[in-house]
Ligand binder design. Sequence first.
Ligand SMILES: NC(=O)c1ccc[n+]([C@@H]2O[C@H](COP(=O)([O-])OP(=O)(O)OC[C@H]3O[C@@H](n4cnc5c(N)ncnc54)[C@H](O)[C@@H]3O)[C@@H](O)[C@H]2O)c1
Length: 358
Amino acid sequence: MAQKVNLKLADRKFWKNKKVFLTGHTSFKGTWLKLWLEYMGAHVDGYSINYPSYPKSFYKTIYKKKIKRENILNFEKLKKRILKTKPDIVFHFAAQSILSEAKKNPFKNYETNIIGTAKVLEACSLSVNTKLVSIITSDKCYEENNALKYYSENSLLGGSEPYSASKASAEIISKSYQKKYQKLKKKIITLRAGNVVGGGDWKKDRLITDVMNSIEKKKQLIIRNPNSTRPWQHVLDCLNGYLLASEYSYNSKFTFNTWNFSPPLRDQISVIKFVKNIILNFNYPISKIIKGKNEFYESTKLNLVSNKAYKEIKWKSILTQKNVILFLVEWYKAYYRKEKMKIFSQNQIYKFYKMAKR
Ligand SMILES: NC(=O)c1ccc[n+]([C@@H]2O[C@H](COP(=O)([O-])OP(=O)(O)OC[C@H]3O[C@@H](n4cnc5c(N)ncnc54)[C@H](O)[C@@H]3O)[C@@H](O)[C@H]2O)c1
């Protein structure tokens, strides 16, 4: 349904000819952002250690080319690449992004997400041209408190398991660079979003991957926490927030800032409700859903508000929950029909612009 509010979209004029460097450009979010930035005329360069999912990978599906495998933990190489690229803006997506992996290998998780963030900030501090570093953290960076109705930007940082703790730590590391960046006339922002969904996510242990695998292979679907609530958000809405916050911060007087990006609270529904909505659109028999064992700790309730983003940068979700599901289901259906997915994904970006204008 159309929303009668003044919704803002990433400004093509701002991004045209900007040099943008993405750590984790092969990630689910990074690939979508690269596609969107290229649509706006930005020059995009990327730095990633791998394709985050196997055998299917969104980056490979879209760009069909091999990447050079580069590690953010290799400071000398990272610094060299950033100094050579001379980016105006850096988005830091590279991370160990899976909760179950963090539990299995906490040291690697902490190293990538905490030390990795410090290395990116340190390398960018040496790059004269770089004015802004946008650090992608997570809604999981907050101290878990089930008594709270929702988390806002002022809620306490914390973490009840290694992934959350690493994202809270990345927040603290980012803030610790404020004074240094102020002297250098550079800016840092941290961007916190929740469960982001959209076409092309095939990462292991993610809900959409499990749903799509069960549809494709006609097998039962096992869901770990069917009754947990999550801030389901389409990747284009989330990235629109990242882009708007970056545009605003690039020219603002603040050295450090932070924003939540979440759908309206009424759309932050349970896992089972969300899955049933997807399955209905695929005409898939829902009787085959079973509750799986909880092998690692996850918070049960995670509601987020983003009033600050609306107030300051006029960001609000453009897609209603019905449209989030439609965008998602249409993408996977097109993939299974073997359509040209780069064109299909670009068309979803145009469609997103059209929906915002309605
Ligand atoms: N997907 C979500 O729902 C979600 C929710 C909240 C926050 N986030 C955060 O958003 C960011 C992107 O998430 P995603 O799901 O698109 O990521 P992803 O898991 O799809 O990809 C991770 C990326 O990080 C890169 N990477 C990992 N370790 C690296 C290293 N040492 N050196 C260089 N590159 C490295 C990988 O190559 C890949 O490009 C991450 O920071 C993640 O924690 C994601």
